[in-house]
Write a protein that binds this ligand. Sequence first.
Ligand SMILES: [Zn+2]
Length: 184
Amino acid sequence: MDLGSYADLAIELVNTQQRDADTLGDLDGLREVLAPHPHMVGRLAHRDLDAMRGLRAQLREIFVAADAGDEEGAIDRLNTLLIQHPVHPQVSGHDGLGWHLHVNEGGSIPDRFAARAAMGLAVKISDQGLDRLGVCRADGCGRVFFDATADRARRHCPRHHADRPNVAAHRSPRNGVTAEVPPD
Ligand SMILES: [Zn+2]
C-alpha cells in the first residue's frame, strides 16, 4: 500500500462540502462517502457523523493555509491531526496477497479514516511539497485538489480547470470536442 495514496481520502472528504452544497448532511451521506472503502464499513452513529464533519473542517484548514502560502500554519494543523490520530501499522498476509501493510484496522470508523487521511497527506507533502495543495477559485466551488502538474501553478480543481480560457480554446466544438462545464 502506498501510504501517500491515502491523501485522496482527505480530498474526498473535504470535497463533500462546496460553497453551496454539502453531501455530508446526514448518515446516508456519510455511508455514501465510505461505501467505496471496504475497510471503513460498519455501524455508524450520529457521533460518527459529527466526528467526520469535524475532521473535514480540520482537513480543509490545512488546504486553505497551504493555498494561502501559510506553510507553518498548514504543517501545524497537519501535525495536530497526526497526534490526535496516530497510525497503527500491521503486517498482514491474507487471501494469497503476500505480506502487506495495513494501518488502523481497529478503532472507530472516523478514527481509521482520520489516521489514513492525515498519514496520506503527510507522506504526499513530504515527498512532493506543500505547494501542491490548492483550493479552487471558481465561483461556488471551493473544492480542494492536489496539483500534480510540473509548474505547480494550478488554481482550479480538475472539474473547473477545463473552464479556463486557454483550455476551453483547445476544446471548442470547432475542434470536435465540447467543453464540459458543470452547472455549479
Ligand atoms: Zn472547482
